[in-house]
Design a protein around this ligand. Sequence first.
Ligand code: CA
Length: 665
Amino acid sequence: MKRYFFFMLLISSIFSACNKVPKYASYDEYPVYDGSDLELTYSKQSCKFRVWAPTASQVKLLIYENGNEGGAYQTLDMDRSEKGTWTLKVDENLKGKFYTFQLKIDEKWLDETPGMWVKATGVNGNRAAIIDFAETNPAGWENDVRPPLKNFTDIMLYEVHARDFSVSPNSGMKYKGKFLAFTERGTKNTAGEPTGIDHLKELGITHVHLLPSFDFSSVDETKPKDNKYNWGYDPLNYNVPEGSYSTDPNNPVTRIKEFKQMVQSLHQAGIRVIMDVVYNHTAIGKNSHLDLLAPGYFYRHNADSTLSNASGCGNETASERGMMRKFIVESVVYWATEYHVDGFRFDLMGIHDIETMNAVRAALDKVDQSIFIYGEGWTAAASPLDEGLRAVKKNAKELDNIAVFSDDIRDALKGSWMHSQIPGFVSGIDSLEEAVKFGVVGATQHPQVDYSKALYSKAPYVNNPTQIINYVSCHDDMCLVDKLRESKPADATDDELVRFNKLAQTVVFTSQGIPFIYAGEELYRTKKGIHNTFQSPDSINRIDWNFKTTHRDVFDYYKGLIALRKGHSAFRIPTQELTQEHLKFLNLLVPNVVGFTLNNHVNGEVWKDVLVLYNGNRKPVRVGIPAGEWNVVCHDGVINLSGIAQVSDTIFTVAPSSASILYTK
Ligand code: CA
């Protein structure tokens, strides 16, 4: 009896030693699992599960018939394995089933989670789906290739929300608000003019940048008839496409296949695809799908242990921690390989650390060096991460071939983003010449720019123009039309507002760097003065395709600007050195005018010298220009690459609030 008791005690203590929950003094001590088989490895013969849950005392796998409803038909215990992971192999073909993980920590069972590496889900993304990815490929997917791209400065970005693109009754598209709208050809507005992908081809942009299209939480996928709108900056599952943009969110295969069809169609149209990625925060912090694997670990905290909030959305992730960094790197590589995505726009990139962003670059370089990476070089609020470590604008020189948005050029042109009534250079405001010049040289170092007079940054912050995104509007804040109207001089006419608009985009498209436009600006879109339309109805956010007809003059001008840039490599200089050598500012001695030349066939330019003049004044100005036989291709709000006029006088008159562009042969 006594011997039996001691035997039992021995067994029990061995058991508890095996099952002992590791204690870590800090998150930095958590083991990092370096394998590539996290969460699910599917085959027709078996499913291998491996979940990283280093602080759990027990982990269960729950298997379901349904993606959203009903209880688990099977619950299995997982076994502790290496580096904080738990494993289980099920020797059957589980295709069509769904699963979750559930952890016991401190004697308490947490909520279930589909995991964070999850690649397919049921409706609303709360359960992981087991599918055969071979069935997600559209016909011809194996022949899908990225359209050619030589330099990053050849890129012209078009930022669009999947729903805005097609949901308007006059879009002519069948798949309204869906990924598949990007596969429709021959669509027209009420007046019979091309919309959708045909319109994008006509416009001439090179890259479509999709607002968040991974699985976000704010739109209930089971209620498509509600037509609920959201930008999607509330991540739920990073590696799964959003269900509400698919034709059947209940079928886990559909959204994946349709996302691929969208990419394939855009590629066939010669357009590359960029995803807006939002790894900087999750829709909820505590009890998010990540947090339920390792509570607290994936987030930064304040000194009082509360979640820090550099995103302004209630939490911020901790990219400097091993498993979060690994996740971000593997996630972008996954989208680039499985979905053939061509680039990534990092939301609030300044929340991430420089080392992680450079690891992202290095990993994507192994896939394809022409994949483009850029981000917002700022945070939305204070972060505990040391500023010297952050991937912010002022540290951009430490980022390898990663670009940042230039809020400097944006607000110099249109005025303050924060104070809607403060106008900028294009509306006739004085003393912004150096701020505009800062944009013209793409935030690089140039001997003729007085950086002390730039708008925000008082020093160049990128190595080359390949690292800067020039823009005047995006989804955030007022769109360009609304901002210019809100901040207009009291006596400015509607015709003048069009002039301000064209001038602003002319600076964007003739500056060194990478130009970016917000979808619909080329049609003179309005969002009725609303700043932050993240959950405004379709009536505010949708592109009204009939504007293409009613604002034909604006569309033609934007199209002309894009054709100018595409046909003329002088506007696409890839290096700071060549910019310094060939871009010369003119000393014009007229306030609110900026002029420069791009000399001597720079960057393979077919024209010998190019002369660009921006007149921010609401009146014509006479300026001295270099002697030469000049051909005018842009003047007084008109672009005609075949030529508008020829001049050889050294005095040239620039029309009010407009740009002139001339060249010599
Ligand atoms: Ca969703």
